[in-house]
Design a protein around this ligand. Structure first.
Ligand code: UDP
Length: 479
């Protein structure tokens, strides 16, 4: 049997990289060779951290390569320009990607190993695991004789919501306007969630900002992108049956095969380094000086951008709640904000010992720190899972994409936090943060969920068993 060598290719955004690097590390732990494919831009940002992230003792089985994303280096690659990144990757990265996998003229076998690094000792690539947001990579691999498996880094519930878009149109539940009381209307077209979802809980793309906007084509395109994962040999999701059993059951019949192997952040160890920003470890020393469960950790992930008014409401709400807080303020996070002025505002309002600001935190270390009492988050799927694994209650203020539905699950299904979506008001921030910090019930639910998901990824648990099945599946594809 040929040694399995998987090319793992995430969409080049922080949340996708983190999740798929955990996956790659777990594969390496299972004896599989992995080439992890970055874009050149991101590999430059990672610098030495990329290769330093190979798990200790097993580094000979993982390596990091890159291809261009086709955008100029000074391009912002921000949330507002994501479509450009999509287009540019599909148009410009496809050539180098094919070259990486193209059969070697001498051996006739896929030759990522020989064409790039003849001394690596890596066997030829036998399988591609690519982000479902890169359908062209999945198609190209199959064309070149390399079996392709899709990986989506979102929750199963949001994936199912995307799959359900055509049905929502059919039922007349889409489109609807972005604002107003209508957002509380129930939505019945997502199977298994008929009595759970309101319009406001659907992925943000389902909202129509203006009466005249036609977002239908974009919604249908996203639905198609999700349905197209069904053309791959299988779909991998970073979730667990205990978290999203019903959604998984509805997704499975539409995919070649389905593997729920999460939360991957609890599975792979040691944690690989993958931050595109440089982590400010000083916040851990600051946390060391705080009492147990006394701190509110605030982070809205790698992409969200808030207005200056929203920043002010959060700031005053946090100060009024009265707990010390650690706030991740990326330099590009507040519209028209000046980094120094914002930091000063937080320091001034919070008092120097009560507030600590960093541009980027070692989030998983923060969440497992004894001083953290709750997490004010945008409910990105990675952040949601990282909080779940550590049993930290959350206050969710979803910004976009799948975050709206993730936060509904946090507040109404798992009951491990509170959903503050669509409201940004200092009094509500104060009240919600206090409740998340003080509610014994929420803390109990968060801790029970943490125990459950840790069981899921431990030997014999549902995700660990699915992961073993996946490794066998990949090894079979590699023969
Ligand atoms: N993250 C981090 N430090 C920070 C903020 C975020 O390491 O200061 C990591 C976080 O742990 C998570 C990822 O960035 O793994 C963000 O992914 P998520 O899906 O939560 O949100 P996105 O950035 O995709 O909106």
């Amino acid at each position: 049997m040929a040694a399995a060598h998987v090319l793992v290719f995430p969409f080049p955004l922080q949340g996708h990289i983190n999740c798929m690097l955990h996956f790659a590390t777990a594969l390496v732990g299972a004896g599989v060779h992995v080439t992890f494919l970055h874009t050149e831009h991101n590999l430059r940002r990672l610098g030495g951290r990329a290769s330093a992230s190979a798990p200790a003792g097993s580094s000979p089985r993982i390596r990091f390569l890159s291809i261009p994303d086709g955008l100029p280096d000074d391009h912002r690659r921000s949330v507002a320009d994501l479509f450009e990144l999509f287009k540019s990757l599909a148009a410009e990265a496809i050539g180098p990607f094919r070259a990486l996998l193209a059969p070697s003229p001498t051996t006739g076998s896929p030759a990522a190993d020989v064409s790039v690094d003849p001394t690596s000792g890596f066997p030829p690539v036998t399988c591609l695991v690519a982000d479902g947001l890169l359908p062209w990579a999945l198609d190209a691999a199959e064309e070149l004789g390399v079996p392709a498996v899709a990986f989506r880094t979102v929750s199963a519930c949001s994936f199912l919501a995307y799959l359900s878009v055509p049905k929502l149109f059919e039922l007349g539940e889409l489109p609807f306007p972005a604002g107003g009381a209508g957002l509380d209307e129930p939505v019945r077209g997502v199977p298994g969630m008929e009595s759970l979802l309101r319009r406001r809980d659907l992925p943000s793309l389902c909202r129509r900002p203006n009466e005249t906007d036609d977002v239908g084509p974009a919604q249908q395109a996203l639905a198609k992108l999700s349905a197209d994962s069904g053309k791959a040999r299988a779909l991998i999701l970073n979730t667990a049956a205990s978290l999203e059993q019903s959604a998984l059951a509805h997704v499975a019949p539409r995919m070649g095969d389905l593997f729920a192997v999460g939360p991957l952040n609890a599975m792979s160890s040691p944690a690989p380094a993958s931050s595109l920003w440089s982590e400010d470890d000083g916040c851990i020393a600051w946390l060391d000086g705080q009492a147990d469960r006394s701190v509110v950790y605030v982070s809205f992930g790698s992409l969200a951008v808030i207005t200056r008014d929203q920043f002010t409401e959060f700031l005053y709400g946090l100060v009024a709640a009265g707990y010390p807080f650690l706030w991740v303020l990326r330099p590009d996070m507040v519209e028209a904000g000046q980094d120094a002025a914002l930091r000063e505002a937080v320091g001034g309002a919070g008092g120097s010992s009560k507030a600590h600001v960093v541009a980027w935190a070692p989030q998983r270390d923060v969440l497992r720190h004894r001083a953290v009492g709750c997490f004010l988050t945008h409910a990105g799927w990675n952040s949601t899972l990282e909080a779940a694994v550590e049993g930290v209650p959350t206050v969710c203020w979803p910004f976009s994409a799948d975050q709206q539905i993730n936060s509904r699950f946090v507040g109404a299904v798992w009951k491990t936090g509170l959903d503050m979506k669509d409201v940004c008001d200092r009094a509500v921030v104060e009240k919600t943060v206090r409740e998340a910090m003080e509610s014994a019930e929420i803390r109990r639910s968060a801790q029970a969920l943490a125990q459950q998901v840790r069981r899921d990824v431990a030997a014999g648990g549902s995700s660990a068993t699915e992961f073993d099945r996946l490794v066998k599946f990949i090894k079979k594809l590699s023969t």
